[in-house]
Ligand binder design. Structure first.
Ligand code: SF4
Length: 506
C-alpha cells in the first residue's frame, strides 16, 4: 500500500490547538525530582453497554503515577473513533462533559511521561492514524531501540511523521501494513520491533494488546463479571474499575479483545533471558499492584528487611522518605526491631505540574514537598529509608533538614543498589554522567549528602527480596548489562528526533 494516504485521522476531535501547546514544558533541570521518572501507563477495554470512557478515566486515574505530563482517551463507537488528549493530569484533561461526549463500546487510554520526544502536545497519546480507510489509535509504554532502522524502512513510503515519539513510528508501521485484519498487521510487525513495548491498539472496535519478547514493561488482563475483558499496565487499574485480575500478557504475546471474548496468540517466542524491569518493584509500580504474582508492597517490605540484615545500625527510630520509601522502612523496622515512625510529612498535592518556586523561595524548596515532624525526631538517632538516589540533588537537603530539626544521627538506607547506568527501555534515569553513583563511591556520596552512614541494598539482597531468579529481570541500571542491545546512536538524549520532526522520514 502506498502511504501517501496515511495522515492523522480526520475524525479525531482535538481538545486544543496544537500551536498553544507546541512548546517544551519540561521543568528546569535543577527542579527535576531526584527519582527515576516514570514512563507511561496504558489501558484498553471492550465493554458494550457500559460507559467505556468512564472506565478508561478511572483506570488512567489509578495509573497516574506512571506519567503526569499528558493524558488521552480514544473511544470507538460502532467503528467511528474519537480521541481526546491534552497536556496535564487525567483529572485536568477530562471533565464530566468531555467524558459524556465520548460514548462507545471500546476504548484505550494513556498517561505519559516523555522518554523519547520532548514534552509537548503532539507527542501526547493515543497516536491516531488512518489505516485502510478507518482510524487506528495506539498507546505505548516503553522505548524502541531500533528506531533508526525502522525509520529507514518507512522512508521510501514517504510517510510524514507529525511527532517526535517512537510511538508514532510504531503506529505508522502497523497502520501502513497491507494486511486487512489488524491482528495480522500486528503479528507481522512485532518481530521487527526491538526494545521495550507494552502496547494497546484500538481498531474497528477491537482492542489489541501486545508485549515485547523480553517482557520489560508490565501489561495485564482483567475480566469483568459480565464476561468482558480489559487490559492495563498494572493491576491497581483493574481494581478501581471492578475487574478481576486474570493473567499477565506474556512476553511476545498478543491479546485481542472483542465483546466478551479474549484471544491469546504467542506471536514471538519469549527470549530465554527475560528482561522485566526490576525497578517496577523498587519504585515505579503502585504498591497495591500485583506483578508476576508478587504484591509490590510486599516486595518493598522484604527489600527493607534485607537491608536491615545486610546493613544493621543502632538507632532510635526508622522513618521513610515518603511515600515511596514507606514499605521498605516498615520492613527495615520489622527486621531490626527499631520502632517505625513518621518523621517527614509529604504534601500530597505536589505533582509535576506544580508551579516552581522563585529564586527566593527555592532555598526552602524541599519544604514545599517535605516538612519534618520536629517533636518526633528531636534528639533521636534516625534510620532514614528511601528507594533510590539518582542525582543526589535533594538527599543532602533532606539530611540537613533532619539535623536542623534536632536529629542527632542520620543513617541512610537505600532499597535499590547504586544506579550507575542510564535506562534505554522507557525510564528517564538521567544520563550516566548525571548519576551520582556512576561518578562517586558510596563513601563519597555519604560525605556529599552529609549522613552519618549510607548503605544500599546489594543486588543479591534485592534478588532475594523479589524471590525470582536474576535471569528474569533487567537490572541494567545497576550492572550496565543490557538484556536488549542498545545501539550507540541511541545512547543520546531522548530528544534525538527533534531535528527531523518536520521532515518526511528518510
Ligand atoms: Fe528498569 Fe533499570 Fe532495566 Fe531501565 S535499565 S528497564 S530502569 S532495570
Amino acid at each position: 500500500m502506498k502511504n501517501g494516504n496515511l495522515r492523522p485521522a480526520e475524525q479525531i476531535k482535538f481538545l486544543n490547538d496544537t500551536r498553544k501547546h507546541n512548546r517544551c514544558v519540561a521543568p528546569e533541570e535543577q527542579d527535576r525530582p531526584d527519582k527515576p521518572e516514570e514512563a507511561c501507563g496504558v489501558f484498553g477495554v471492550v465493554a458494550p453497554g457500559r460507559e467505556v470512557s468512564r472506565l478508561a478515566f478511572f483506570a488512567l486515574f489509578a495509573l497516574q503515577h506512571r506519567g503526569q505530563e499528558s493524558a488521552g482517551i480514544a473511544v470507538s463507537d460502532d467503528g467511528h473513533l474519537t480521541a481526546i488528549k491534552d497536556m496535564g493530569l487525567v483529572s485536568q484533561v477530562f471533565k464530566e462533559d468531555i467524558l459524556k461526549s465520548l460514548s462507545g463500546q471500546a476504548a484505550i487510554g494513556h498517561v505519559r511521561y516523555s522518554t523519547t520526544g520532548s514534552t509537548r502536545w503532539a507527542n501526547a497519546q493515543p497516536v491516531c492514524l488512518n489505516r485502510n480507510g478507518h482510524t487506528l489509535a495506539l498507546a505505548h509504554n516503553g522505548n524502541i531501540v531500533n528506531t533508526s532502522e525502522l525509520r529507514e524502512e518507512m522512508g521510501p513510503l514517504g510517510f510524514k511523521l507529525t511527532s517526535t515519539s517512537d510511538s508514532e513510528l510504531l503506529a505508522a508501521m502497523i497502520a501502513s501494513h497491507p494486511a486487512e485484519d489488524i491482528r495480522d498487521a500486528v503479528a507481522a510487525c512485532m518481530p521487527r520491533i526491538k526494545g521495550a513495548f507494552s502496547v494497546v491498539i484500538l481498531s474497528r472496535g477491537k482492542v489489541v494488546g501486545f508485549r515485547d519478547p523480553w517482557g520489560v514493561r508490565p501489561l495485564c488482563i482483567g475480566r469483568f463479571e459480565d464476561g468482558n475483558y480489559t487490559l492495563a499496565s498494572e493491576s491497581c487499574a483493574l481494581d478501581i474499575i471492578g475487574a478481576e485480575f486474570l493473567q499477565e500478557v506474556k512476553p511476545g504475546q498478543m491479546a485481542v479483545i472483542t465483546a466478551g471474548k479474549l484471544e491469546l496468540t504467542q506471536v514471538v517466542e519469549p527470549t530465554r533471558r527475560q528482561g522485566f524491569c526490576i525497578f517496577e518493584y523498587i519504585y515505579f509500580a503502585r504498591p497495591d499492584s500485583v506483578i508476576n504474582g508478587l504484591n509490590v508492597s510486599q516486595a518493598r517490605n522484604r527489600m527493607g528487611e534485607e537491608l536491615a540484615h545486610e546493613s544493621p545500625v543502632e538507632a532510635d527510630m526508622v522513618i521513610p522518605i515518603p511515600d515511596t520509601g514507606t514499605p521498605a522502612a516498615i520492613g527495615f523496622a520489622r527486621a531490626s526491631g527499631i520502632p517505625y515512625g513518621e518523621g517527614l510529612i509529604k504534601n500530597r498535592y505536589v505533582g509535576r505540574t506544580f508551579i516552581q518556586p522563585d529564586q527566593n523561595l527555592r532555598q526552602h524548596g524541599i519544604r514545599v514537598k517535605l516538612n519534618p515532624l520536629v517533636h518526633a525526631i528531636k534528639g533521636k538517632r534516625l534510620v532514614v529509608v528511601d528507594d533510590s538516589i539518582v542525582r543526589g540533588n535533594t538527599t543532602h537537603k533532606i539530611v540537613k533538614m533532619l539535623y536542623d530539626a534536632g536529629a542527632i544521627e542520620v543513617h541512610l538506607r537505600i532499597s535499590s543498589p547504586p544506579i550507575t547506568h542510564s535506562c534505554f527501555y522507557g525510564i528517564d534515569t538521567a544520563t550516566s554522567t548525571e548519576l551520582i553513583a556512576s561518578e562517586k563511591t558510596v563513601e563519597e556520596i555519604r560525605r556529599q549528602v552529609g549522613a552519618n552512614s549510607l548503605e544500599y541494598i546489594t543486588l543479591e539482597g534485592l534478588q532475594r527480596a523479589v524471590g525470582m531468579p536474576a535471569d528474569r529481570f533487567c537490572r541494567a541500571c545497576f550492572t550496565g548489562r543490557y538484556p536488549i542491545d542498545v545501539p550507540d546512536s541511541l545512547k543520546m538524549s531522548k530528544h534525538r528526533f527533534e531535528q527531523v520532526e518536520k521532515e518526511p522520514v528518510a
